[in-house]
Design a protein around this ligand. Structure first.
Ligand SMILES: C[S@@+](CC[C@H](N)C(=O)[O-])C[C@H]1O[C@@H](n2cnc3c(N)ncnc32)[C@H](O)[C@@H]1O
Length: 223
């Protein structure tokens, strides 16, 4: 198991109890996402756990979206996160979500398998986001969408690039990549996507030196 997987395993229990930083922004993202759903759709979510929200807890976003689609496959490389998410889904009697311990890099599916792919709060945690975005493009059906909410530290916290390796060395943080929202958009466009929806919530999770801005994007594959 690599260091980042160990990190997420270690914090799984606490993370599942963490409040959502900006509930209004979270609600808006849920609503925009659900506008793309249809009852017959197959959905993939990678990096699936979510902080505490009312009674849902980890795995919450998948559980909230489940009633709007046919099936949602939710993967995460932390076995602890998956364990908590599975228990929540069982408690809620949700049976069209499958939670699996799997990395996005390990996942193998036929091309054009999914109508929607969700990658929320995860692209900045990947070593190889370019390859992952290209992989997502292939696994989407024509006209399918990739919905991502990503911390773009390069927009407001460029300095983080310098301290991130130290934080990792000290085992305080997982792998975190620093890039701008523009760079992310360019990678999506290069992969073949067009940007269907773009939203930068006003409220940052923290203010001042730690102004962490995220971008919420719906990227569409051509029909
Ligand atoms: C910030 S957290 C949760 C993100 C959650 N979707 C949200 O919106 O809050 C990132 C999650 O991604 C998982 N993760 C990190 N790298 C991964 C990878 N390569 N494949 C699958 N899951 C990964 C971690 O285990 C962790 O649960």
């Amino acid at each position: 198991m690599n260091y980042s997987a160990k990190f997420w395993n270690k914090i799984a229990e606490g993370y599942s109890r963490q409040p959502i930083a900006d509930e209004a922004a979270y609600q808006k993202k849920l609503q925009v996402t659900q506008e793309y759903f249809k009852p017959e759709m197959e959905v993939l979510e990678f990096g699936c756990p979510k902080g505490y929200r009312f009674a849902y807890g980890t795995g919450g976003t998948a559980i909230i979206h489940a009633p709007y689609v046919k099936h949602l496959r939710a993967i995460d490389f932390s076995s602890e996160m998956i364990k908590i998410a599975k228990a929540k889904a069982e408690a809620k009697n949700i049976n069209n979500v499958t939670f699996e311990r799997l990395t996005i890099e390990e996942l193998t599916v036929a091309d054009e398998s999914f109508d929607v792919v969700l990658g929320l709060g995860i692209l900045h945690l990947l070593e190889n986001k370019k390859e992952v975005i290209a992989k997502v493009y292939k696994m989407l059906k024509p006209g399918g969408v990739f919905i991502t909410s990503t911390a773009c530290l390069g927009d407001t916290m460029k300095w983080f690039k310098v301290i991130a390796p130290i934080g990792r060395f000290l085992r305080l943080i997982p792998l975190v990549k620093v890039f701008t929202s523009k760079e992310l958009e360019n990678i999506l466009s290069d992969a073949g996507f067009t940007i269907d929806y773009h939203w930068q919530p006003n409220q940052s999770t923290r203010k001042g030196v730690f102004t962490l801005k995220g971008v919420f994007i719906v990227a569409k594959k051509a029909n």
